[in-house]
Design a protein around this ligand. Structure first.
Ligand code: ZN
Length: 259
């Protein structure tokens, strides 16, 4: 890994604008379960019942959805950012980071201290709840209090419309603004860094291609291989936290030596 970290450090030093894409891998290192991995919440729920169409059409599905989503949200709130999240805060301080595009909904980048204005939540956030009727946003914790008191399917206090966590469900359209911005940022960077994503979920998986086609370098840090490994300038198969901590350590040493 260390040789590759050295190469990645060089790419970072040469870069004037990095875009980072973070996926489930960075969150699992904080103890948040990946929906798609064995032992995840999916094992106890029928994915068909949790898709967006079911949510819209059946009160029973909505009840199941909220129960499922609480099983994800409550432990998520207890989790803490890890070395990878903090390393991205460092990159931002170094003036290298254009933005973080995340597939995660757990708010850990914000909690680590990354500038919220530089974070694009491609799959929404579990920390907000949205009314599907009037579009009003509510704090998730506010709605959780109502669920604690026994409500099973909360409704909007303004218009009585359906409330849903502000995450993108299966079968639900990707947020237009966030998707557009992600592609714009990918086209404008000179280094695209993938952290903890297997690059199999679209449209996120197209982002590295978009960046490369616009002349950016590509670096990938992921535990397992991805379909884009062979196109990348640097590939590191390791935990994001370990690799990113080594990277920022190396960058600081190089910066101190050059002063
Ligand atoms: Zn409403």
């Amino acid at each position: 890994m260390s040789g590759n970290i050295e190469q990645l450090a060089k790419l970072v030093i040469d870069s004037s604008g990095i875009v980072v894409l973070t996926g489930a891998g960075i969150s699992t290192e904080s103890g948040i379960s990946d929906f798609r991995s064995p032992g995840g919440v999916w094992d106890r729920y029928d994915p068909d019942e949790l898709n967006f169409q079911s949510f819209l059409s059946s009160e029973e599905s909505r009840r199941t959805y909220w129960k499922f989503h609480r099983e994800f949200y409550l432990p998520m709130k207890q989790s803490e950012p890890n070395d990878a999240h903090y390393a991205l805060v460092e990159l931002e301080r170094m003036g290298k980071l254009n933005c973080i595009i995340t597939q995660n909904v757990d708010n850990l980048h914000q909690r680590a201290g990354s500038n919220p204005e530089k974070i694009i939540e491609l799959h929404g956030t579990a920390c907000k709840v949205r009314c599907l009727e009037c579009g009003a946003n509510f704090e998730r914790d506010e709605i959780e209090k109502r669920l604690d008191k026994g409500e099973e399917v909360p409704r909007c206090t303004l218009c009585h419309g359906l409330l849903k966590p502000a995450t993108v469900s299966f079968g639900q359209a990707m947020p237009e603004k966030e998707t557009r911005e992600s592609f714009e940022m990918a086209r404008a960077c000179d280094l695209f860094l993938v952290l903890g994503s297997s690059l199999v979920v679209h449209p996120a998986a197209y982002l590295p291609v978009e960046a490369m086609n616009s002349g950016a370098r590509l670096a990938i840090i992921n535990l397992t291989s991805t379909p884009y490994d062979s196109y990348a300038d640097v590939v590191i198969h390791a935990k994001c936290g370990d690799a990113m901590k080594k990277l920022t350590g190396l960058l600081k040493r190089k910066s101190n030596n050059s002063h």
